[in-house]
Design a protein around this ligand. Structure first.
Ligand code: EPU
Length: 422
């Protein structure tokens, strides 16, 4: 199993390019199932989760070919096996995103029910309930979601109004993808407003879908008979962007991140400004210069546009070495503090009380061997390792490879002393 070895204490400086967003690319690859014409995608990040999704759709009969370093051509003409097997879903929960498109285009689907994961139980009943409201017949049998569109003889879903009980990102995406080929109008209320939902909607619109309101909590979709092929560029990864901003801030560095934008990062940028960083938003780049010592900043995670849960662990890491104390409140997932115990092994002062973490900054962290437990937890350990004195060895970095493209190369480009150990 690969490990990451970091020699801490080097302020990050220089420029790197930010990759395409994992959480936009995953639903958009599923949207390719909605048309029998080829889809041309650019800025697709090279990540473990993306290759898992490609394997998943390929075993359904879809053909995928590479087009340059980050381009893909996805051809779903041969789609003939609407199945997402347990082996794949258990390694990547986002596999559930094939459910809506398969029902819409193929009229049926058999998708393994995702189990819990390291950060929480993460049920998917909102996806199922919404699809049932659109007329799908769904039952769970031997761990699989068995779904059929409409009653006997009918092959399509019907538009309806769905109000989700909570804001769910992939739930909104699944319902939106199901609705684009449904009969009549679907309204999704309490919809997720995340920029990745908007990127998916933009891609669907370029395929001929009729969608309005994406980016608000009420999305209207008027079903069309068919969708056609299109070209779409995946948006920049706002969480990768935020992670490198935090790494530069914590290490006392100065970086410029290109191919990204501060537009989707207001809540994160505001907190970094509160921490004392100097940030300049350019049209397609962000520059950050860290102060001599960061100030501790409290955060509370919430759906977009509030502070993202996917940046919580990274802010815990920067608070570990900031001046003062901060309270971190996680409201989205019930078990997303697993990085705290690992940060404590590096010398951090963190007390956990249910969904609150009280972090008091210390003068220095010291390198140690730590274990990554999930994607963003791993990112917080990298940030801590970059500021810790001496050597930090991060075990189980396959979590990092799921969501950070070429992380050791990008960090090295910024001057970090980091090496993958096999
Ligand atoms: N929830 C339910 N029932 C449902 C759906 C959601 O109870 O049917 C709950 C979840 O358990 C959670 C909350 O609602 O407590 C929000 O979950 P959501 O459905 O929004 O999460 P998700 O769609 O499964 C996506 C991202 C996550 C990110 C969350 C929150 C993708 C592929 N994944 O997950 O990304 O943390 O939204 O923003 O888009 C990551 O990239 O590291 C990651 C975990």
């Amino acid at each position: 199993m690969d490990k990451l070895l970091i020699q801490g204490g080097v302020p990050l400086t220089g420029e790197i390019a930010i990759s395409g967003a994992k959480n936009a690319a995953l639903p958009i690859l599923c949207a390719c199932l909605l048309t029998s014409e080829p889809m041309h995608l650019t800025n697709v990040p090279r990540l473990k989760d993306i290759s898992t999704m490609l394997r998943l759709i390929e075993q359904m009969g879809v053909t995928v070919s590479r087009d340059g370093a980050n381009g893909l051509v996805v051809d779903s003409r041969g789609l003939d096996k609407p199945l997402a097997p347990y082996d794949m879903v258990k390694t990547m929960r986002a596999s559930i995103l094939v459910l809506g498109p398969l029902l819409a285009r193929y009229g049926e689907a058999r998708v393994s029910l995702p189990g819990g994961c390291a950060i929480g139980a993460r049920p998917v009943e909102q996806h199922i309930r919404g699809l049932q409201a659109m007329g799908a017949e769904i039952h769970v049998e031997q761990g699989y979601i068995q779904a059929k569109a409409g009653g006997a003889g009918k092959r399509s879903l019907s538009g309806t109004c769905v109000v989700t009980d909570m804001v769910t990102v992939t739930g909104t995406e699944n319902l939106m993808m199901a609705a684009v080929l449904a009969k009549g109008e679907t309204i999704i209320e309490n919809a997720a407003r995340e920029p990745e939902v908007v990127d998916l909607a933009n891609c669907l619109v370029s395929m001929g879908a009729q969608i309005s309101g994406a980016g608000t909590d009420k999305i209207r979709i008027r079903g069309v008979k068919r969708l056609h092929g299109a070209t779409h560029r995946i948006m920049a990864d706002r969480i990768e962007t935020g992670t490198y901003l935090c790494a530069a801030a914590a290490s006392g560095g100065s970086v410029r991140l290109t191919g990204t934008s501060a537009a989707y990062l207001d809540a994160v940028v505001d907190k970094l400004l509160d921490a004392g960083c100097d940030i300049v938003a350019e049209r397609e780049a962000i520059r950050l210069t860290a102060p001599s010592r960061l100030k501790a900043v409290s955060i509370r995670t919430s759906p977009y546009p509030a502070f993202p849960t996917d940046m919580q662990a990274q802010f815990m890491a920067i608070n570990c070495v900031a001046e003062g104390s901060a309270v971190i409140r996680e409201t989205i997932f019930e078990n997303r503090f697993m990085h705290a115990v690992e940060l404590i092994r590096l010398g951090a002062d963190i007390r956990i009380d249910a969904s609150n973490a009280m972090v008091t900054g210390v003068d220095r962290l010291e390198g140690a061997t730590v274990m990554a437990t999930d994607l963003r937890a791993s990112a917080s350990l990298v940030i801590a390792g970059l500021v810790a004195q001496g050597e930090t060895l991060i075990d189980r970095i396959y979590h990092l490879d799921r969501g950070y493209e070429a992380i050791e190369e990008k960090l090295s480009q910024l001057g970090a002393r980091v090496r993958r150990v096999r």
